[in-house]
Design a protein around this ligand. Structure first.
Ligand SMILES: Cc1cc2nc3c(=O)[nH]c(=O)nc-3n(C[C@H](O)[C@H](O)[C@H](O)COP(=O)(O)OP(=O)(O)OC[C@H]3O[C@@H](n4cnc5c(N)ncnc54)[C@H](O)[C@@H]3O)c2cc1C
Length: 407
């Protein structure tokens, strides 16, 4: 049985190894248009490869996928982070868990993951064809003919598409001709580009619990954020960019956000707090830092923005200024003018329409013996190792189904 895997990334390698181990008679080749296999694994997680996340309950795990939650939930009952960790550890790569649940190789080096996958592929006799792109895919007489970038073509019994993000190409045209639909692509997991005097000279400051809301649709996320040279980043921003990827793409990344720098606190909490300061500590300067969760430099920046002098005491704070201060603390509006790349992790949503794929086998519902794995599908996860987990899960299922003996 001749099998072709199109794409030599995480999904391509993992489906090839799974297929080879489950059916040692299969003749398997991986084709990659680039000269470097597993390129994204190399740069992933800032070079450390956040290989999965310590979330071992399929239902809960699926909640981390803005697109694909329903389909992946079932798939996680077959292959989930525990299986990923066991798989790598059985093959000599120890995995550690960080405080926030992200899991990395103990070496803190993505090369450990690359070397492991590479060893397994070679050991199982998979043929590696680097620098050979697949230009076309035809289906005739229950077989597939792949047309390659070097002008050659070859026939296969089973094909797995693991090409990553489904940018328009002659291969995507072939897939559309076969009857598949490709949902439009949009970036996910990006930081917000903001130029605003309130953020100037604050780059590097992080806060643990900030609420960020997209004003146009009211959708929000709460969590850590980081002030950068170009605006805002950090988990709460990245989550928002993932869940609202489509809407923000439609707005061409011109939108307003509202920040509550004090996460859980409401307007009433703060009014009560200020009233207490006015009554009990009226002689104290307003600029003396009040909230543990607010870094001093940010507090001073907010005070200067609302024009509260350093010498002003609580007893002297006019009601109008107090109202402005509260507004800047919990409903500060910022104009986003674009997206900026998140160096740790970046994915696209969009790809092969999920309804057209049977997630029990990752097989096309349109063309038998055509399989899909990884980011080419219209699912994506938030940051934290969920995207690789999606790749390991879908490619394990695809590899297993491809390995079934022909009847
Ligand atoms: C900077 C960065 C950091 C990241 N860090 C993390 C992280 O730490 N944790 C995490 O979970 N996720 C991370 N991700 C996301 C993760 O890398 C992807 O979800 C994952 O790589 C998807 O694997 P894949 O095999 O589906 O696709 P890819 O890794 O994109 O591999 C697809 C391969 O197919 C090849 N190809 C494409 N078209 C063709 C064709 N026509 N013919 C032949 N070959 C073709 C490409 O050259 C490529 O090698 C990161 C992404 C980026 C960009």
């Amino acid at each position: 049985m001749k099998c072709a895997i199109i794409g030599g990334g995480a999904a391509g390698f993992f489906s090839a190894v799974t297929l080879a181990q489950k059916n040692p008679d299969a003749d398997i080749s991986i084709y990659d248009s680039s000269k470097q296999f597993l390129r994204k694994v190399k740069i992933s997680g800032g070079g450390r490869c956040n290989v999965t996340h310590s979330c071992f309950e399929p239902k809960e795990l699926a909640l981390h996928y803005p697109r694909g939650e329903k389909e992946l939930k079932g798939a996680f009952y077959t292959w989930q982070p525990r299986d990923t960790v066991d798989w790598f550890e059985d093959r000599g790569v120890q995995i550690k868990t960080e405080d926030d649940g992200r899991m990395f190789p103990v070496s803190d080096n993505s090369q450990s993951i690359i070397d492991c996958l590479h060893r397994q592929v070679v050991k199982n006799g998979v043929v590696l064809c680097e620098g050979v792109g697949v230009k076309s895919l035809l289906h005739e007489e229950e077989q597939f003919t792949l047309g390659f970038s070097n002008g050659r073509s070859e026939r296969f019994d089973r094909v797995c598409v693991a090409t990553g993000s489904m940018k328009s190409s002659s291969l995507t045209t072939s897939l559309e001709k076969l009857g598949h639909t490709i949902e439009p692509l949009a970036p996910s997991l990006f930081a917000f580009d903001i130029t605003d005097e309130r953020l100037k000279e604050l780059a590097g400051i992080s806060l643990e619990n900030v609420s960020v809301r997209v004003k146009s649709n009211g959708k929000s996320q709460t969590g850590p954020i980081l002030i950068t040279h170009r605006g805002l980043s950090g988990p709460a921003i990245l989550k928002l960019s993932a869940w609202e990827a489509r809407q923000l793409n439609e707005s061409e990344y011109q939108f307003e956000i509202e920040l509550n720098w004090l996460g859980g606190r409401t307007e009433t909490d703060i009014q009560t707090f200020f009233a207490r300061m006015r009554n009990q500590k009226g002689q104290q300067f307003v600029k003396s830092k009040l909230f543990d969760e607010l870094p001093r430099r940010l507090w001073e920046k907010i005070l200067s923005y609302v024009k509260i002098e350093g010498t002003l005491q609580w007893a002297q704070l006019p009601k109008k200024l107090e109202a402005q201060l509260i507004k800047e603390l919990i409903t500060a509006t910022f104009q986003v003018r674009g997206k900026t790349m998140n160096k740790e992790e970046f994915v696209t949503c969009g790809g092969i329409r999920l309804k057209e794929v049977n997630f029990k086998k990752m097989e096309s519902r349109v063309i038998p013996h055509l399989y899909f794995a990884g980011e080419c599908l219209d699912y994506d996860g938030i940051t934290g190792g969920f995207n690789f987990q999606g790749a390991w899960t879908t490619s394990y299922i695809a590899g297993t189904a491809m390995a079934e003996k022909q009847v």
